[in-house]
Design a protein around this ligand. Structure first.
Ligand SMILES: Cc1ncc(COP(=O)(O)O)c(C=O)c1O
Length: 347
């Protein structure tokens, strides 16, 4: 077992043992390679370097209470990567190859899979990128598909905490009818600088509005938005938002709890009416918001409006309940009634 303090893990580019790799060329995927070589050798003209022909996925593997190993909803990530690859014009692994390579990545990095009881998991990062050397702006059927992984902590330890978010008036995430609903690397490139500015000001999350009219909430830079109002789970319907698997899961759990799910355009002013508001995504499941500020210019001091949901650090009842149900299923403590856990053999 690797010397890792499982209780102190964050969400970092942790170097493990094995990379799993396949190369699509001449109409087929090469035999899957598991390698300890952590570097790719690519032509400097490769599409990925110049035109950002690149996409990825993120999913987690858990050591469960009864000792079994479960990957959470890998079929969903496989389907989303296929949709993104089609948008980019590169070949994608089918569901079986995607899941097979994720499984091999876990099996070949088992010493990095956190033991049960530490609220930690093994995060899988499947990546797909165009490697054909070219200058023209045309798709080409050649790509690398690789799966890497990193042990990841829960961020929170035993208990959820709430954080501050900000709506940056001078930044948009995705153009209308653009690439916002695809998990392409390029969508994230434009968020690095505003994220740094926001973090320096004590905000954890950036909440983006719809770029066309800036009237509606789209999503956070790295997660979806949802809110709770009475017995309703409300989340934006927008074609610029990434279809989050966590959000989908939360909606199913909300229905299990007897809640009503509303997927519809959400006006910014509605923030004043919500009991709870939160970000959701694979990395942390739920990041509850204590408050969300609107800043006309992120870099300047002026806060135009502030919507408060919880005292700093505190978390609402519904977010807590949803979080406990999902993490309980992931760690095998609660019954997996929807069949979300994909169990794999040790080897
Ligand atoms: C922009 C964006 N939205 C939403 C999500 C959440 O998606 P998922 O729940 O599938 O991780 C992510 C990734 O975590 C993301 O990067």
């Amino acid at each position: 077992m690797a010397e890792i303090n499982w209780d102190k893990l964050g969400f970092d580019a942790y170097r493990t043992r094995t990379v799993v790799l396949s190369h699509y060329k001449d109409g087929q995927w090469s035999p899957v390679e598991t390698t300890e070589n952590f570097s790719f050798t690519l032509d400097p003209f490769a599409q990925v370097f110049h035109y950002a022909i690149s996409c990825f996925e993120g999913l987690k593997t858990f050591r469960q209470k009864d000792g079994r190993i479960a990957i959470f909803r890998p079929d969903q990530n496989a389907a989303r990567m296929q949709r993104t690859a089609k948008f980019l014009g590169i070949p994608a692994p089918d569901k079986d190859l995607f899941i097979k390579m994720c499984t091999l990545c876990v099996q070949n990095n088992l010493e990095f899979l956190p033991p049960y009881g530490h609220q930690a998991s093994l995060y899988l990062r499947p990546m797909l990128f165009g490697v054909h050397p070219q200058m023209q702006l045309v798709p080409y059927p050649e790509a690398y598909f690789a799966v890497i992984c990193a042990p990841a902590g829960s961020y929170y330890g035993e208990h959820l905490k709430s954080f501050a978010g900000v709506i940056p008036g001078n930044y948009d995430r995705a153009a209308p009818k653009g690439s916002g609903s695809y998990k392409i690397g390029a969508n994230y490139a434009a968020t690095f600088k505003p994220y740094k500015t926001a973090h320096d000001q004590g905000y954890t999350e950036l909440l983006y509005l719809n770029s066309g009219t800036r009237e509606f909430i789209d999503e956070f830079g790295s997660s979806n938005f949802f809110a709770i109002k009475g017995n309703k789970y409300i989340t934006p319907l927008s074609d610029s938002v990434l279809p989050s698997i966590t959000n989908k899961t939360l909606q199913e759990v909300a229905v299990d709890f007897g809640m009503e799910v509303e997927k519809r355009p959400v006006r910014v002013e509605e923030l004043a009416e919500f009991d709870e508001a939160a970000a959701c995504g694979t990395a942390v499941v739920i990041t509850p918001m204590s408050h969300i500020d609107i800043k006309p210019v992120l870099e300047e001091d002026k806060v135009e409006k502030s919507y408060r949901f919880m005292p700093d650090g505190e978390v609402g009842e519904v977010c807590t309940k949803l979080y406990k149900r999902i993490t309980g299923i992931q760690f095998g403590e609660l019954e997996d009634t929807h069949g979300w856990c994909y169990h794999i053999e040790e080897k």
